[in-house]
Design a protein around this ligand. Structure first.
Ligand code: GUN
Ligand code: FE
Length: 428
């Protein structure tokens, strides 16, 4: 049998991040894929490569699938409303009543199906989901993510205080159900169970320490919000006077840094919190859409965190973000960093290379081998046809940039996970 019988060669303008400062751009080249994994990128195919195994995308761009590392699945239908509110007001007025509806499994199935389809449509192939408190709905989300083949973390949300009576749990039950969720989902392929305390102010110390023990015992990742808004931090201080800040609450309860720890926002971080977040097990997720809609009070100092070597990713954070497009999030990250730079010139604006790295390779670091096209990486890829916004005198990197600023999901013409094409199921 010929060596290349089971290979595929995808031809196009190939782009991925080598690191935060270096984007690899290989024009008119082939990605050779075997068993769903990248073997190499070459400009010319080996002579004995079978013609029928070539998939020629011509002048189109081939890029890694995006990583959305903080997104609230049950907030899919509340996008774009209540955007003039402040965080705590928005949670009480819009978010808690909306999430409470996921007690109904039929509702969960319908909305989570639409949500996952929209993720895929927007080119997000790797996702870190925030669920609701309901066990059954959380299981439904887990199953849909797995059926559609995504790489994902998801769990069951925890909140046992400071929450409305229609959307709150008993402490013990919250811990017991979380343990059950982990046990029943721990060995499930590319979708992995995580522990998801909403944020410090909706969780008692007893709940947090119970969850910390579970994280340690089962070695599961933790996903939460931290240092997000001025009001939230004031409430946190009142509720937990013995702790210095929100990060210390998580840290002392074994929820920060023991296992992969993915913290959304991280806008207001003192030096000691920055030190904690330097741990390679920790990742801060910048959610620029949510920052301008709901957080109010500051913008994450992305450049500072990058230079400190803190792991960074991007998140859509719907429904405080409105769009599931991580391409758009790349553009907004750069825009916000420029606004921040006006008020704090000490830190330069973020480059395209840095923002794209956060959206792909850096965001994907806690999944196995995703977000780039080096040997051994999964061929989790998007094919971008930008012919409607393309002019011939710009190079592929500029075309990628233009797609982020001006394109949308209609420009994504193919999506691959582990070398298999996956489809979208249509709009509703
Ligand atoms: N903090 C606690 N819950 C939430 C939420 O649903 N969205 C955002 N942006 N922040 C939160
Ligand atoms: Fe959030």
């Amino acid at each position: 049998m010929e060596k290349y019988t089971y290979y595929k060669a995808y031809k196009g303008n190939i782009i991925y991040s080598e690191n935060k400062n270096t984007m690899i751009s290989k024009d008119n080249s082939y990605i050779l894929v075997f068993n769903g994994q990248v073997k190499e990128i070459c400009y010319e195919l080996p002579e004995d490569f079978p013609k029928e195994n070539i998939i020629d995308f011509g002048d189109r761009l081939i890029i890694p699938g995006f990583c959305d590392m903080h997104v609230h699945a049950p907030q899919f239908l509340q996008r774009g409303i209540g955007m003039d509110r402040e965080l705590l007001d928005w949670l009480n007025t819009y978010t808690y009543p909306n999430e409470a509806k996921f007690k109904d499994a039929d509702h969960a199935k319908k909305i989570y199906t639409l949500f996952v389809d929209e993720l895929i449509r927007q080119g997000t192939l790797h996702v870190n989901c925030f669920p609701s408190i309901h066990y059954e709905a959380s299981e439904i989300l887990f199953d849909i993510l797995r059926e559609r083949g995504l790489f994902a973390f998801t769990g069951k949300l925890n909140m046992d205080q400071n929450s409305p009576e229609y959307y709150i749990e008993e402490t013990e039950q919250s811990i017991v159900e979380t343990e059950r969720f982990i046990k029943e989902h721990i060995k499930a392929g590319e979708v992995k169970a995580s522990i998801v305390p909403r944020f410090s102010i909706t969780c008692s110390e007893k709940l947090l320490s119970g969850l910390g023990e579970l994280a340690e015992r089962y070695e599961v990742p933790v996903h939460s919000h931290m240092c997000e808004a001025v009001n939230e931090m004031k409430v946190c201080k009142d509720l937990f006077p013995d702790y210095k800040n929100g990060a210390e609450i998580f840290y002392k309860n074994k929820l920060l840094g023991n296992t992969p720890t993915i913290m959304a926002h991280c806008i207001f971080m003192d030096e000691d919190v920055l030190e904690l977040m330097k741990n390679p097990n920790c990742m801060a997720v910048h959610c620029p859409d949510a920052t301008s809609n709901i957080n109010a009070g500051g913008i994450m100092p992305v450049k500072k965190l990058l230079e400190m070597g803190i792991n960074l990713a991007l998140g859509s954070d719907i429904g405080s973000g409105a769009s599931l497009s991580i391409a758009r999030c790349i553009a907004t990250t750069i825009q916000h960093s420029k606004i921040r730079n006006m008020f704090d010139p000490q830190w330069d604006a973020v480059t395209l290379s840095e923002a794209f790295y956060m959206a792909t390779r850096s965001g994907g670091r806690y999944f196995e081998k995703v977000g780039a096209f080096e040997e051994g990486y999964w061929f989790n890829a998007l094919v971008v046809d930008d012919s409607n916004i393309y002019s011939e005198d710009i190079n592929p990197l500029e075309r990628l940039e233009r797609f982020c600023y001006m394109g949308d999901d209609r420009n994504i013409v193919r999506r691959y996970i582990k070398g298999k094409e996956i489809g979208t199921q249509g709009r509703f």
